[in-house]
Ligand binder design. Structure first.
Ligand code: ZN
Length: 65
């Protein structure tokens, strides 16, 4: 029985959030996201992307503060 799970290889519906350099929190989230992606945990991947995005709202300038 070779049954491939299309859910795992499908890729993720939203693109990966790009965290700014130098943010420890986001770096940790990226590590978690990659680990989740490796085990096919799409929910966790999306979770991490949401957290990264909400950590740095695009309307807010976090370069200078
Ligand atoms: Zn951050």
């Amino acid at each position: 029985m070779t049954k491939t799970d299309p859910m795992v290889e499908l890729g993720f519906p939203i693109e990966d959030a790009k965290p700014p350099e130098g943010c420890e929190v986001c770096r940790e989230l990226v590590v978690q996201r990659e680990a989740a992606a490796e085990r096919g945990d799409a929910t966790k991947v999306i979770d991490c992307n949401v957290e990264i995005r909400s950590h740095h709202e695009p309307t807010v300038t976090w370069a200078e503060q």
